[in-house]
Design a protein around this ligand. Sequence first.
Ligand SMILES: Cc1ncc(COP(=O)(O)O)c(C=O)c1O
Length: 456
Amino acid sequence: MTTLPVRLDRSRAEPLPAQLSGAIRDLVVDGTLTKGDRLPSTRALATDLGVSRAVTEQAYDQLLAEGWLEARRGSGTFVASGGRLPAVVAAPRRATPSSDLVRLDAGTPWLDPRHLAGWRRAWREVSAAPPPRGYPDPRGLPELRTALAERLARTRGLVVDPDALLVTSGATDGLRQFLAALPPGDVAVEDPGYRAAVETVRTAGRGVVDLPALAPVTSLDGCAAAYVTPAHQHPLGRVMPAADRLTLLDTARRAGAVVVEDDYDSELRYDVAPVPALAALDRSRVAYLGTAAKSVVPSLRIGWTVPTPGLLDDVVRRRTVTHDVPSWPAQRALLTLLRDGWLDKVVRTARRVYAERAPRVAEALAPYAVPAGPMAGMYSTWLLPQASALAARDAAAAAGFEVNLLAGYCRAADLTGLVIGFGGVTDDQLDRALEAITCGLSGAVRSSPVKTPESF
Ligand SMILES: Cc1ncc(COP(=O)(O)O)c(C=O)c1O
């Protein structure tokens, strides 16, 4: 029997002083010890527990430093905070309903296993390089910015000074940083549109204005910015026509709004050459977002931005204070991947794979559905009555696959169908998923006509 109901276990890896301080902390938290209770002396407790006095002294010192205990000169050690603390409520378990389904996700790219050797080489190089001693450059690694600027000029027709380009933790992070620097106002976001962009705008405390995805933008009144995906509208797939690009820029100019161009997968075209970036038309009005999520992998969490000249200084000033820059190893690895030509090779291979897979998806879906846009990138969107989309979704789930409903990307827009990603699966998985989807579609009752956007 000890003077405190505590048991220490020498077989545990946790040092005895830490075990003891943890046990006493628990006694206070569960109300066994309350404010003002006197603790045994370190000597008496050490004798009771059969440990050295250094153990009890260290444990008491720790709890004194944390403020759980207080020492009163000449009279001993007492419990400083008191009363039973509210019971710790276990966080509710989040339901992960589809965690065991293979996702036909619109955002997961194909990474050819043959390219993994180059990936490993890049990380070996990172591990051998000495890290910078302080925080990284607030704009991003200078050599990486130079390499990215060269690539943007070559692949996107966007000529920028490397000092005007910032490395980010992905397109969504770039958007978040723009939002922090923009003047007050709502943000217009395409509808249907990229859900992460909508969420990011809302999280920034701004209102979201619905921008019909395929209509020319003729008003941005009250908006600080308009977020668009002109090279490959997400998720409908359309390229913004030249006339609509000019209308958008003109409307933004009149409203004093910035156009945020999310250029997430423009390199992955296989029908025509990639369309030049909107930012190449007007650098003063268009803030550009790029990402490695589609060309490399989303888990790298790397992207790049070219803010408008009006936003650049403010974004850099914030990053200088907050160090809101991607981790140095990730930047360093991307630099090697760019320098080695790895990224160009990966994009070329992925393009070939998507060019081969997209027609397979089209062949399976075309008898039942209307394509929402041209074939490009790693997903295609198909317009269907909601009942058919649901039947296909359920049939896919029964076969072990998760497919996204187009309705999930809509806010005010009334479009239904399926968004089918074909990058993150194997050929065999894609075949099986398409078989299940067409099976679901052929069994679905064709009750209502397919709704198409007005400007189709
Ligand atoms: C429209 C769009 N933009 C950007 C991204 C990538 O964002 P991030 O770079 O933050 O991963 C995706 C990924 O799915 C996307 O669909």
